[in-house]
Write a protein that binds this ligand. Structure first.
Ligand code: CIR
Length: 267
């Protein structure tokens, strides 16, 4: 019998090496290209931190044809119960799903396809102990969110469709789960009232990108460019692991984007 455990207890993740083309990754505002070497260093440190947190890491090879393919969180969604193949809402990223499919078919007994039509990105999905929240965004439309909701329910979980604040890339750009009762959220997302079942820890003004933190087992990974958020979480008693996200931040990414995480039974 499997033991009850928290939704942030992981023993397996999948990551993908950055390609040289990552410098051309999508972004809403151009603040200059990231460097390949910088992204690679941040990715290497991420893998090391995951291993330190007790997770087995499967590293997939770089895909030059897909600049954003390092962000494996977006083309699929994984749970202990199975995987769901998604359809990213950015045209240049749609092909990433086919690239990750063989790996997921090899690792999961149940692999569901998001029915057509509609789009959904993994970055819009926050798994909490109460439900799997799907944020509507420029990448996840209503039809895609409803189709995803049905897939999630097929896997035995409760799904909930919510709104993402206007102009925010993904739902999880603005929030992360800290533990069973607390979410870390930007003020703008908190104001929208989506987290009625949680206590909200609000990101200090000016550090909004820190909201995409990542709870993995005992630690909370937080971007090292956000000292006030780190201090706040540290004071609240969280075991914070600061991670450099300066380069991936230039292409609108944070810490959740770089992995698919789940608890794999039998490991
Ligand atoms: C994109 O715009 O798709 C990438 N440059 C960033 C993706 C970030 N992914 C995520 O938040 N899950």
């Amino acid at each position: 019998m499997s033991q009850a455990r928290s939704v942030y207890h992981f023993n397996s993740i999948i990551v993908r090496e950055p390609s040289r083309s990552v410098v051309n990754g999508l972004r809403a505002d151009d603040r200059g290209n990231p460097t390949f070497e910088g992204v690679k260093a941040e990715h290497d440190a991420y893998i090391a931190a995951m291993r330190d947190a007790g997770v087995e890491v499967t590293v997939l090879p770089a895909l030059e044809a897909f600049p954003d393919s390092i962000f494996v969180e977006d083309p699929a969604l994984v749970f202990t119960e199975g995987a769901i193949l998604l359809r990213p809402g950015a045209e240049s990223r749609v092909g990433e799903t086919a690239e990750i499919t063989p790996t997921l078919r090899g690792m999961f007994e149940t692999v569901l396809d998001l029915p057509t039509p509609g789009f959904a990105d993994g970055g819009d999905v926050l798994t909490t102990p109460k439900s799997v929240m799907i944020g509507l965004s420029a990448r996840t439309d209503k039809v895609g969110a409803e189709a995803l909701s049905a897939c999630i329910e097929k896997l035995g979980r409760k799904a909930e469709i919510v709104a993402t604040p206007e102009g925010v890339l993904h739902f999880k750009t603005d929030c992360s789960l800290l533990d069973d009762e607390n979410v870390l959220s930007t003020a703008r997302l908190a104001r929208s009232g989506v987290f009625k079942d949680f206590k909200q820890i609000i990101i200090p003004e000016g550090e909004e990108p820190a909201a995409n933190a990542l709870r993995v087992n005992d630690v909370v990974m937080v971007g090292s460019d956000f000292p006030r958020t780190i201090e706040m979480l540290d004071k609240l008693g969280y075991k914070v692991v600061p991670m450099k996200t300066t380069e991936i931040g230039k292409i609108d990414a944070g810490l959740s984007c770089m992995s698919l995480r789940w608890f794999r039974n039998g490991r």
